[in-house]
Design a protein around this ligand. Structure first.
Ligand SMILES: Nc1ncnc2c1ncn2[C@@H]1O[C@H](COP(=O)(O)OP(=O)(O)OP(=O)(O)O)[C@@H](O)[C@H]1O
Ligand SMILES: [Mg+2]
Length: 236
């Protein structure tokens, strides 16, 4: 089968197939520490689809997102965005994919300590060569953080940091959003607001979204729910 490679310009039609992982396997560690982290995983998330992945701690959920976001390479299988294969792409192409096509919200927030909330968003816009007149305030307002725009991560609560991370993931209008427990540090009312916002954004902008969550109360907001167990993914 012929495979499109990642090109400099990504056309809308190329992106129409969404995110497709086929037969993805990954083992990590040596000797007795060897773990089958991903076990023949198949996943198709269409553009605008909001999919959830639930499963016990250590089952491979973050590893799945890392592979989907081209942060790590699997041992075998295929990861495609809009028909473009990521596994065989060059390092540079994969870096570009991470920057422009993927909005990643990490389990830990992962903000840059020296930058204010507004500057976290501005930096992503600059790196991705977004508009010169980019205004971070509407995105910060969307997650209820406009009143903390000038705060640095050390001056924010855990939940506030998480909300800035979510706003940052939406800066580049990505083709894929990968959310690793985006609501872990939020109260239940705020969690619901944030997940509703993410789901709405995914649908409106046609973003293929995968959200890892422990929060079963959020699952009614998702289009599809998958379960992860010992590296194996199944529909729920
Ligand atoms: N370098 C490594 N060597 C060996 N095993 C590893 C390595 N990195 C991760 N693992 C194992 O891979 C498994 C999957 O880890 P992963 O972080 O994907 O789990 P998770 O489902 O996200 O868990 P949590 O809900 O706690 O975040 C875990 O059992 C972990 O111990
Ligand atoms: Mg995890």
């Amino acid at each position: 089968m012929s495979q499109l490679s990642i090109t400099e310009e990504t056309s809308a039609s190329q992106l129409s197939e969404g995110l497709v992982l086929s037969d993805v396997s990954l083992e990590l560690g040596d000797g007795e520490q060897r773990v089958r982290v991903l076990d023949h995983v198949n996943l198709h998330v269409a553009n605008g689809e909001f999919a959830a992945v639930v499963g016990p701690s250590g089952s491979g959920k973050s590893s799945l997102l890392a592979v989907a976001g081209a942060l790590s390479l699997p041992d075998s299988g295929s990861v495609k965005l809009g028909g473009r294969e990521l596994i065989t792409a060059t390092k540079r192409q994969r870096a570009k994919y991470r920057l422009k096509d993927v909005g990643f919200v990490f389990q830990s927030g992962n903000l840059i300590p020296s930058l204010t909330a507004a500057d976290q968003l501005r930096m992503v816009n600059r790196l991705a060569k977004g508009p010169r007149n980019f205004d971070p305030m509407p995105l910060l307002a969307a997650v209820g953080m406009e009143h903390r725009a000038k705060h640095r991560p050390g001056q924010l609560s855990g939940g506030e940091r998480q909300r800035v991370g979510i706003a940052r993931a939406m800066v580049t209008k990505p083709a894929v959003m990968l959310l690793d427990e985006p609501t872990a540090a939020l109260d239940s009312a705020r969690s619901r607001e944030v997940v509703e916002l993410l789901a709405q954004r995914a649908r409106e902008m046609g973003i293929a979204t995968v959200m890892v969550t422990h929060d079963r109360e959020m699952l009614d907001l998702c289009d599809t729910v998958y379960g992860m167990n010992d590296g194996a993914l199944s529909s729920q």
